[in-house]
Design a protein around this ligand. Sequence first.
Ligand code: SF4
Length: 361
Amino acid sequence: MKNSGLYVHIPFCLKKCAYCDFYSIPYDEAAAEKYVVALSEEYDKISERYRPRFDTIYIGGGTPNALSTSLFEKLAKKITENFAGGEFTVELNPAASTDFNFYKSLGINRISLGVQSLNDKTLKAAGRLHTAKEALSSLEKAAGVFENVGADVILGLPFNTEEDIKNTLSGVLPFVKHISAYILKLSDNVPMYKIIDSLPDSDAAASLYETAYDFLLASGFERYEISNFCRENHYSRHNMKYWTGGDYIGLGAAAHSFINGIRYENPPDLQKYISGENLGNSRASAAKVSRRDALFEDVMLGLRLDRGLDVPALDAKYNIDFLLLYKREISRSQILEYRDGRLFLPADKILLENQVLMNFM
Ligand code: SF4
């Protein structure tokens, strides 16, 4: 198997956030112990099945630092058995224990902190357990230990204003090399959906995004993906695999994998996962991605990138002449540009990606 990415999902959270519809459950030490055993077993099985060589590892959640240090250490030792070196990220919640030297001692070299906002009113309304002060203190400690620190920020939460977004970004910037700035999208089954009418609408959210974009670019960051910005080339190597059709294996409840053109999904259910419904046991749900869907997905993901779609690579992968085949769709979009083998959305029109994609559907 060629180099691939490993994602490990930790579904435990200290408390459910008001906007979140990811699979997550309250932390429970006994369940966490069984879960780490199941992750180790799944890891052994996928190692036997695929003989993988990982060059990126990403432990995400949920809240990975909800795990006790002994469980986390056990897990980190297991999942680095086939690690060829490269990027090793952990997502951390400022509200849980953050002993950064501990994470560093395990070989982790990239931290992603879920800051979301530096406005206490916003954090409270979002159901986050940390305060702005705690988030800043975590960032400062992280930057004292790690060179590669990133922060997640959400745009469109309660009380978000353009001023407020600038305050949040200017607060986190001294400590980070990477920022993910996501526009809030609410499912109708989350508590915050009840107040959706009082939240910034899509135009207001787009304006918050423009504010973040301008602010980050003026601060020396570059956008490389619609929601992701970095400086000094600190883009996420792991996430880039998702956006460029690379192989990745996901371990854990609700984890997804993409291997040799097949997509797998472990059940979003801790008990089912522990009882063996997972990729390692070949019991994850699997779907062969058709050539047509794979091509559409490549276009969709490629247009999220500022550098755009690599057309010669696409031609070679599908044995097509993409520009000729989609001449009509490209011209109908009116805004796509082509230069040096890349088809891309102009920098100020990237939020129109969905409209453009309609032409390719
Ligand atoms: S910490 Fe993250 S995964 Fe957990 S409930 Fe909040 S947003 Fe969801």
